[in-house]
Ligand binder design. Sequence first.
Ligand code: SAH
Length: 471
Amino acid sequence: MDYFPIFLNLADQPCLVAGGGDVALRKVTLLAKAGARVTVVAPALCPALAELALSAKIHHVARAWQANDLAGMRLAIAATDDAVVNAAIYAAGEAAGVSVNAVDAPAHCRFIVPAIVDRSPLVLAISSGGNAPVLARQVRARIEAWLPHGYGALARLAGALRERVKTRFADERARRRFWEQALDGPAAEKALAGDEAGAAAVLEATLAASDDAALTRGAVYLVGAGPGNPDLLTFRALRLMQKADVVLYDNLVSPAIMELVRRDAERIYVGKKASNHALPQEEINQLLVRLAQEGKSVLRLKGGDPFIFGRGGEEIEELAVHGVDFEVVPGITSAAGASCYAGIPLTHRDYAQSVTFVTGHRRGDVIELDWARLTNDAETVVVYMGVAQAPRLCAELIAHGRAADTPAAVIEKATLPTQRTLIGTLATLPALIEQAAIKPPALIIIGRVVTLHDKLNWRGDETSRHPTTSH
Ligand code: SAH
């Protein structure tokens, strides 16, 4: 983040605008909206500014800018048509400790003015950090179109109730949960429909009927975060991520997804690489129970789907035993993500009538798989956690009768920008994996559907093939 975003209270604060043209006018208008006391220094004013000066809405100093004009100012905007003068104002501001924005000159700005979506008192500020103001404005236009005007009214109503809610709920978490519920239901619907009085009545009723015990009860949300690409989160996952008091995550949850978790939520990394468990499963289970019993809204974020090789079952068993409220939210399992993003359908009328998900994880020294069941040529097999064991996996399948030239693919970091896909056969895949130094997370897909990758690779990923693979 190159700039620190803040909202300034400028009510009745002295602010300087240097320049008397249209650009200055726009800045003056904005400052005046925020209640600032604006002084404009310029030898001459455009008609609109002249009118504001005449009606004493601004104070006009009719001469060129001088360094001591900055004295006592909260901030200043250099909007003359001379870039050299604007730069000088910036330099003077730096020396005097006054924040200056020189229009269209990011290098001469102590602060920048964002694009704004105004649903006062709800205001959204959008900035590209001076890199692409037009892009910021395009984003603004999208939000303008999407954000209903009624949100302004809703924010006003909430503001009017704020002190009473604060008195009613001493507990900060109960207060936040009250607002989360109150602002998400029928009150919001009414406000958005323009029925401000109706919305106020609903808010009052919600406050009167709110149940303290329910608002301070903890719960665990076991949420599938999908294979890593944030676009593949569910709406439910995103909502719960925005509400969590604390989040437990492991390394299958990508940084881009963690970015979407409520900023104030406590983050606990619980590890989970095959070889490097930061916390044993038993302790994770107990930690979930303890945090929920403290009244927290606990988000257990898991890669893919929580009930597919995710040990989600064990985690909630423990919760059920202790009578902790919980909810399970499905996620896109990595097999589905990898399949779509590599252009390899898991079933296909001509090639595979069924699909089996298996784990290549070892227990002790054995891979516990029913090999004989995996040799049907009309079935696709997807192996989770199988990269390290690929040589054994492929050898066993061949030994049990699956053809050595059965097409096979490995997809590393599926759905992420760094996804890699390698295509070979049961015979060649292990060498291919070793050569390319494929690392977890990666999935192996075995079956004739793999040949479709050539046609259906819509992402245009570069595909590596083992030299001995014939196509
Ligand atoms: N619950 C998860 C699976 C957890 S087991 C799910 O539904 O996807 C961990 C294994 O999932 C990894 O070893 C790997 O085989 C697979 N995996 C998870 N995310 C992946 C990704 N983005 N790309 C490839 N494989 C992935």
